[in-house]
Design a protein around this ligand. Sequence first.
Ligand code: NAI
Length: 331
Amino acid sequence: MKVAIFSSKKYERPFLNSANEQHSHELVFLEPRLTPTTSALAAGFPAVCVFINDDLGRDTLEAIAAGGTRLVALRCAGFNNVDLEAASELGLTVVRVPAYSPYAVAEHAVGLILMLNRKLSRAYNRVRDDNFSLEGLLGFDLHGSTVGIVGTGKIGLCFAHIMNGFGCHLLACDPHENSEVSALGATYVDLPQLLSQSDIVSLHCPLLPSTYHLINADTLQQLKRGAMLVNTSRGGLIDTPAAIAAIKSGTIGYLGIDVYEQEDELFFEDRSDTIIQDDTFQLLQSFSNVVITAHQAFFTRNALENIASTTLANITDIERGKPCLNQVQFA
Ligand code: NAI
């Protein structure tokens, strides 16, 4: 099948080309994000392949459907950027990669925790500057601390295993309890209890209408004072201005994020030569107890191999009219 690969980056092309040796699709790599403005580029392609920050709202979907596209292949797990109702109305099939490396994301969350707790960025820069003072670098033992996991699916489970290894007490919150997480000694509680009892809260639930701004001015009032909040899931889970207010008041003691609600205007590009116009982001950056990475939690060699092979297998299944387990249904 002829596939237009939007938002494509140099680093992922070798993985997609290598996986395509099994499938022989015609892959056309395009750098722009898919948006209503760039949707004309999809004309004549029966399939588009898209990533996290492509805009698959109704306008884009109508435009690509009119241009002959029938398949939207997400090369990511989350599908919050797709208007599934519109896709269904337009007869567009949507497929995704539900799991490519839960370890990658869980391990990155732990990386953020260690960086915040042991102030590794500040320590690294100090030593490079021949400043060997320990002032301001005081951390706390993870062993014995309480970690709250919001969302105990594939990534939350991996994260629970790692934090269990550190000797942490585990609390969990999920409408569907995971027996493997309970087996690690985790106690399922509701969100207010989890927020009030945890020293570290890590978000691993999807962005849905029900989880939009799950962390907001009200729920932040329930957070244990000075706790660490980590988000490697989706930016929209946190109301950023409310989080900023909580950092200023000391309610949030540390914030580690790999995702940001307005990231589609920032992430995945080198903007070092430009003036960033997003004042909220700039304010967040200015706090010494905030660490931001630019949606790289998934970014391991293993994950890219799995993303490429599953994406191309999904496209092959749909092309052959076979049932595809990774099809996203409009409920
Ligand atoms: P999953 O589907 O295996 O698990 C998600 C869990 O969240 C489920 O158990 C579900 O019941 C739970 N959940 C739903 N609503 C909830 C709520 N209100 N409160 C608590 N839990 C709730 O998904 P997986 O693979 O673990 O991924 C989780 C999320 O991680 C994805 O939706 C995606 O947004 C994000 N992600 C981020 C990446 C990154 O690079 N930063 C890469 C891959 C995924």
